[in-house]
Design a protein. Structure first.
Length: 208
């Protein structure tokens, strides 16, 4: 294969998903280490099938994105062509868990919006309400190859609120969102105990 475009990649995922479904039982029977749980094939097929469905939603969407990579490409008129000769080209990395944009590097306490230490259960708090697109951390992350991140509340609360999957480029949160909500933050152990437990050094004030 001399080049891989979006259609080819989608075809590969579709083919793999269909074959996993077809051979799901065989793979389940092969799964004997470390314990014979017998569901590896099922889990793999569900994961790839979901990927295929998500790619189907994106069919035809190429604006602002790399449409094809290869040694010989017939680019349509008006397309931007980047000569990558002699360069190392890799996919953008995804940070699956962080607080980027909520813990603003260039600010003091007023920029630290990743924990609301007023109640141990705050499921209504949302990352998208405190992400600061001008946070210097975005540029630093991009320079390191990270282009997408799942960012959200910290672990001070037992239930901290919802995460959002975002692209790290943009001037408005609305235009950066890949998926919201992406996850609910739950934390047990040291941090909630440190904030709300015996011997806590934090003063939590409540209004009644």
């Amino acid at each position: 294969m001399e080049r891989l475009n979006g259609a080819s990649y989608k075809g590969m995922i579709d083919y793999g998903a269909r074959n996993l479904v077809k051979n799901c039982d065989t793979i389940n029977q092969l799964n004997v280490f470390p314990v014979p749980d017998g569901d590896t094939g099922t889990n793999m097929s569900m994961t790839l099938a979901n990927s295929a469905r998500e790619l189907e939603k994106l069919s035809g969407v190429t604006a602002g994105k790399i449409a094809a990579v290869g040694t010989q490409i017939e680019a349509p008129a008006g397309a931007q062509v980047i000569d990558a000769q002699g360069r190392l080209v890799t996919p953008g990395c995804v940070d699956a868990h962080c607080h980027i944009g909520l813990d603003n590097e260039a600010m003091g306490w007023e920029g630290k919006d990743y924990n609301e230490m007023a109640d141990p259960v705050t499921p209504h708090m949302r990352a998208i309400d405190s992400i600061y697109p001008q946070d210097e951390a975005f540029g630093t992350a991009i320079q390191g190859g990270v282009t997408t991140a799942c960012t959200g509340p910290g672990s001070a609360n037992v239930v901290g609120g919802t995460f959002a999957a975002i692209k790290l480029v943009g001037n408005r949160v609305d235009n950066m969102i890949v998926k919201h909500p992406a996850a609910m933050k739950c934390a047990f152990g040291e941090n909630p105990k440190r904030v709300y437990g015996q011997g806590s050094t934090f003063t939590v004030k409540f209004k009644r």
